[in-house]
Design a binder for this molecule. Sequence first.
Ligand code: C5P
Length: 220
Amino acid sequence: AANGPLSGMHILVTAGPTHEPIDPVRYIANRSSGRQGFAIARAAADAGARVTLVSGPVDQPTPRGVTRIDVQTAREMLSAVESALPADAAIMVAAVADWRVEQEAGQKLKKDGSGAPAPLPLTENPDILATLAISVQRPKLLVGFAAETEHVIEHAKVKLARKGCDMIVANDVSAGVMGGATNRVHLVSAQGVESWDEASKDVVAARLIARIATQLQDNA
Ligand code: C5P
């Protein structure tokens, strides 16, 4: 789509989980499949954008025409995102681990025979979305996702303000959405809340990209 609605634009997408190492064989992760983020990257490429997709460990094929950068940890994701700037819009779909283990063990942790579990002190990961929001290279349009199991819209409104982004796509992940094929989302922005019917992640992606294209054109 050389003359698609996003031609000439650079769109940055994050997707998938992050893996935060505990020791050489163990890590902290989550159930994100990368499906929604990959669908968004594909839809953006189909709309004519140049797309950079920074992905955590997932089992997904790279969409045609998309530049994919694979990372493991939140800190690697942040530096890959920063290296990919500038971008006209960034859509942060990754389920970044909130915490990592303070000190990755060089050797596999062993039971010590006392019955007491190994202590595992955690430390907070950088917030990639919030970091991007205050960057000198902040994309004109910054979109975050919010996976919630309750009070979905209220939490999204708080997140919009706290993260400093332009839109939060909130979804209810209480019932098998993570890893599933469909999504029910609410778009939360300064303009208010717009709730979409449940649809396949591909359809949600196409609609979201159409919306983003309109907003980028209005801003231009
Ligand atoms: O705070 P929460 O994790 O619910 O925020 C979700 C949004 O923030 C998503 O867009 C996610 O990609 C982004 N995020 C991030 N870096 C983090 C945590 C979340 O970019 N460390």
